[in-house]
Design a protein around this ligand. Structure first.
Ligand code: NI
Length: 182
């Protein structure tokens, strides 16, 4: 079982590296990592389980956050009360995005950033992501609002980018009135 302490902190240099494309078939090891990541994300959003294992809640995790420099991401999104949608995308790519930009009003969070941060990150309001499922079948996902932000945040991780990098420290709320808060 993956625990919060297993997730790398931003001070780890590997988080700044670009992850490598994955080749199919997926190894048993990678399948296991994906299961562990999904389980963590789901459990972390269920209060009783999160409390029992002291899991810091999160919606998304990329492989590099557990030290694996490979291009895959997992997202568990509570689309309605108690209902979780799971997304696993191997070699994900954003193939189109809206011109409209949005941001998380309270600021983004990240399981690898364990400090208070201020500022907002403009993100596309809608994205289409293409990639592959665990069996190597091509998949295409259209995401909007919060889910679209999570996809952009996780794909950033695969390119060594953390959300804090996208905030101008001199003017952390620069785009507050330009874009739409969610
Ligand atoms: Ni993150």
């Amino acid at each position: 079982m993956l625990l919060t302490k297993d997730i790398l902190d931003e001070k780890e240099k590997i988080l700044r590296k670009v992850s490598k494309p994955v080749e199919f078939p997926l190894s048993d090891e990678d399948r296991k990592h994906i299961d562990d990541m999904v389980t963590y994300l789901r459990d972390s959003q269920i209060d009783e389980i999160a409390a029992k294992y002291s899991l810091r809640p999160g919606m998304g995790m990329s492989a590099v956050q557990i030290g694996i420099l490979k291009r895959y991401i997992t997202i568990v999104h509570e689309s309605s009360e108690g209902h979780f949608d799971t997304y696993v995308v191997i070699n994900p790519k954003i193939v189109s995005e809206s011109k409209e930009k949005i941001y998380v009003e309270d600021g983004e969070g990240c399981l690898s950033v364990n400090r208070e941060t201020i500022g907002i990150v403009p993100r596309s309001a809608r994205v289409t992501v293409e990639g592959f499922d665990v069996d190597g079948n091509p998949i295409s996902i259209r995401a909007r609002e919060e889910l679209a932000i999570v996809f952009q945040h996780e794909i950033d991780h695969l390119n060594g980018i953390l959300f804090v990098d996208r905030i101008d420290p001199k003017n952390p709320f620069k785009y507050k009135d330009t874009y739409r808060a969610i």
